[in-house]
Design a protein around this ligand. Structure first.
Ligand SMILES: Cc1cc2nc3c(=O)[nH]c(=O)nc-3n(C[C@H](O)[C@H](O)[C@H](O)COP(=O)(O)OP(=O)(O)OC[C@H]3O[C@@H](n4cnc5c(N)ncnc54)[C@H](O)[C@@H]3O)c2cc1C
Length: 436
């Protein structure tokens, strides 16, 4: 059996660790943070586990649903009715069902019909290759009309990709819309969203328990600072101490991997890694005794507002799980140099709460009980129209080293389901490489 190191204790790394320990390999996971879970990691709010960044599953997330069953925790995955509203031109509009789209008054009737027909086409067509080198914004402008592109797509794309939004591939947007529409069962008007009893912590804990029961070791607070080819495999340095492994899987962002590997990495592969740009995410969680809004998810389609999304988590999950408190998220994606990464928590809250009160005049700041702000780097990569040709392979030029991170997922949007899929794939490649 081989000695295998995994860098990163997010869902990609944990899934690979689970698969490889199941086969009897001696696996060590090195996670820089104080806890595992990566972008889906949780913290405690109102006495309960909650993701630092809003998370739910779709029915099409079959890889993570399958692993949930394999871990024996399928009973904890519940399906809840989601609801969506869009804030545009100082008003909230229902946006949960196709009928809501037809009633969306910020667009003239013909634009609404056109938008609905385009949505139907994207739902039906499987030929996403036609969209690879096409800008999502330009495509939507052409087929939905200029006004629909400005009202619906520009705020959504800009909210997710900031100033780079016009470069984003239509293949990425196709995948988001297509997969999401497939997640609805026939006749289901509103979509059902998956969430674990006890939060995603339940899934993380089940994985960790299996990995350790199967003989794996998880090291938290263990930042890998370099890796190098070694005559017998690959060496990994953590806290100044070097250890040699037969195989290594890195699940860190692409540019982080380039830094870890240093000059030993072939330049063509290094250039691919360096060419992938990431945005950060800034997310606020707060609890209140006040109910704000009757929907789960609010897209903020107003480019003057400093955030992309407002979520009333307790309109999806019963607030009795949070000591009766209402739980809210506000979030946005920004470049790492954006001021939201340097403002103090109080300054950021002042700005965001002032704007929230303009959307929900009933919002009362004095009723807030807990407030937490998370700033995550490398939260979303920018999927440009030439992206497919620039994706780095899982097998790196270093003989005993594999890379699996969400920048290799294409055309789907990154998500926990694909972390499970890619972690499984990487474990299989490593297993194959060990075959006599
Ligand atoms: C705001 C937001 C909302 C999201 N919502 C959803 C959702 O609703 N549904 C969904 O399915 N997905 C959602 N996602 C995406 C999902 O969280 C990610 O796709 C998934 O968790 C990625 O897992 P990963 O293991 O590939 O990467 P990561 O979670 O990024 O894990 C990588 C790990 O590597 C560690 N690391 C980095 N450098 C080092 C080093 N040098 N040494 C040791 N460790 C290191 C990091 O600390 C991290 O834990 C969301 C993401 C964000 C940011």
């Amino acid at each position: 059996m081989a000695k295998i190191a995994i860098i990163g204790g997010g869902y990609t790394g944990l899934t690979a660790a689970y698969r490889l320990t199941k086969l009897g390999h001696q696996v060590h996971v090195f996670e820089r943070g104080s806890e595992v879970g990566g972008l889906a990691a949780d913290f405690t709010v109102a006495g309960a586990h909650l993701e630092k960044t809003y998370h739910h599953l779709f029915r099409t997330d079959t890889d993570i649903i399958g692993l949930t069953a394999e871990l024996g925790i399928e009973d904890t995955l519940g399906w809840h009715t989601g609801s969506l509203k869009t804030y545009y031109n100082h008003r909230l509009h229902d946006f949960s069902t196709p009928v809501d789209l037809l009633k969306f008054t910020p667009l003239p009737l013909w634009d609404r019909i056109r938008t609905a027909l385009v949505a139907l086409y994207l739902n039906r067509t499987k030929n996403w290759r036609q969209f690879v080198d096409v800008s999502a914004y330009e495509w939507m402008k052409k087929f939905n009309g200029r006004r629909a592109a400005q009202v619906i797509w520009e705020p959504l794309l800009k909210g997710k990709f900031d100033e780079r939004y016009k470069e984003v591939s239509m293949a990425w947007l196709w995948a988001r819309l297509h997969i999401r529409s497939r997640s609805r069962r026939p006749g289901e008007m509103k979509e059902k969203l998956g969430y674990f009893a006890g939060g995603f912590h339940t899934f993380t804990r089940a994985l960790v328990e299996k990995i350790t029961a199967q003989g794996g070791t998880i090291h938290t607070g263990a930042e890998v600072t370099s890796i190098a080819e070694h005559k017998d495999g690959v060496s990994v340095t953590v806290d100044g101490t070097e250890a040699v492994f037969d195989r290594l899987l890195a699940t860190v962002p692409s540019h982080v991997f380039a830094d870890l590997a240093g000059p030993g990495l072939a330049s063509e592969y290094r250039d691919r890694l360096a060419g992938i740009d990431y945005l950060g995410a800034v997310v606020m969680v707060f609890t209140s005794e006040q109910k704000i809004g009757d929907a789960y998810w609010y897209n903020i389609n107003d480019l003057t507002k400093p955030f992309l999304v407002f979520i009333n988590h307790t309109n999806l999950i019963d607030r009795r799980n949070y000591a009766g408190r209402y739980v809210y998220y506000i979030g946005t994606y920004r470049p790492h140099e954006h001021r939201s990464f340097t403002l103090s928590d109080d300054q950021l809250s002042d700005e965001w709460f002032t704007e929230l009160a303009r959307i929900f005049p009933e919002f009362d700041r004095d009723k807030i009980e807990e407030r937490h702000i998370f700033r995550l780097k490398n939260a979303q990569h920018i999927v440009t129209t030439d992206y497919e040709d620039r994706i780095p392979a899982m097998q790196t030029p270093l003989k005993h080293v594999w890379l699996a991170n969400f920048s290799q997922i294409y055309p789907e949007d990154r998500g926990t389901n694909y972390a499970v899929r890619e972690g499984t794939k990487a474990a299989q490649l490593i297993t194959d490489s060990l075959a006599p």
